[in-house]
Design a protein around this ligand. Structure first.
Ligand SMILES: [Zn+2]
Length: 256
């Protein structure tokens, strides 16, 4: 029977099935021809969260066929991850940063929209549909469900580790280095549509008397037609963004 040595680094080790997870490395026995991607997933680690794979100190892709006496090292996605750049594991880069969120990270989806990021989300979206959207629309799949990330169609995905939605947002922003891409008040938070400026005259009949009296600048959602204007709601959003930026700065100074 053939054998290979596997090293799983950092939090990937926690994903391993119990019989492999105790030490820093383990000997793997095999007698079938299989890609390294299939073997890694059979050991318990979903392939999208692997950031780098080396075999005998040479970087390889997921289609590498494991050979006798190979020494394999697997490292997790490590900040900053740039999905717009080709890597041996993901040779086809994304054309833009956008997300699709699983129901278990719904609040994270709304937080991402608040900062202007494109994040599709539906509370009734089924797993197969989530995966299909991530694949066909070339979006990063965000979830806390390990099995979802093992679906074959998922190329770019992330297993969100924090439980608190604000911490989840900071986690995702750090991972993909999104700080410079924030566009506050540019996206409709309930529907993910893009906000565009609109003349007050064009929507005058839809405004409450006090809003009509006190505000001059308006935006409308291209998708759901919801109207936005400056006010306490926007002040809350700006305060929220400042809180996130402060947390990111603190993380930066801690070097994490
Ligand atoms: Zn909308």
């Amino acid at each position: 029977m053939a054998t290979a040595v596997f090293y799983f680094h950092n939090y990937l080790r926690k994903m391993l099935k119990k019989e492999h997870g105790a030490g820093p490395s383990f000997l793997y026995h095999f007698n079938r021809k299989a890609s390294i991607k299939d073997i890694i997933e059979s050991l318990g680690v979903p392939h999208p969260i692997v950031g780098k794979l080396t075999v005998n100190d040479t970087e390889v892709g997921f289609d590498y066929i494991l050979r006798h006496k190979d020494i394999v090292e697997a490292s997790p996605l490590t900040p900053p991850v740039n999905p717009l750049v080709s890597t041996p594991l993901r040779p086809a880069p994304l054309e833009r940063i956008s997300f699709v969120a699983d129901v278990n990270v719904g609040k994270l989806a709304f937080h991402l929209r608040t900062l202007g990021f494109d994040c599709e989300y539906g509370s009734n979206t089924r797993d197969a549909e989530l995966v299909e959207r991530a694949h066909s629309q070339k979006r990063i799949l965000l979830t806390r469900d390990t099995s979802l990330l093992k679906r074959k169609l998922v190329i770019h995905g992330y297993l969100v580790r924090a439980q608190n939605p604000t911490e989840q947002l900071i986690e995702v922003m750090c991972l993909y280095d999104l700080k410079s891409r924030i566009k506050p008040l540019s996206r409709c938070i309930p529907c993910n549509g893009i906000l565009v400026p609109v003349n007050k005259e064009a929507i005058l009949n839809r405004l409450e008397p006090l809003t009509r009296k006190h505000y001059e600048s308006f935006h409308v959602c291209q998708q759901c037609d919801r109207i936005y204007w400056p006010g306490s709601h926007q002040e809350k959003i700006v305060a929220f963004i400042e809180k996130i930026l402060k947390a990111l700065r603190q993380k930066g100074t801690q070097g994490t």
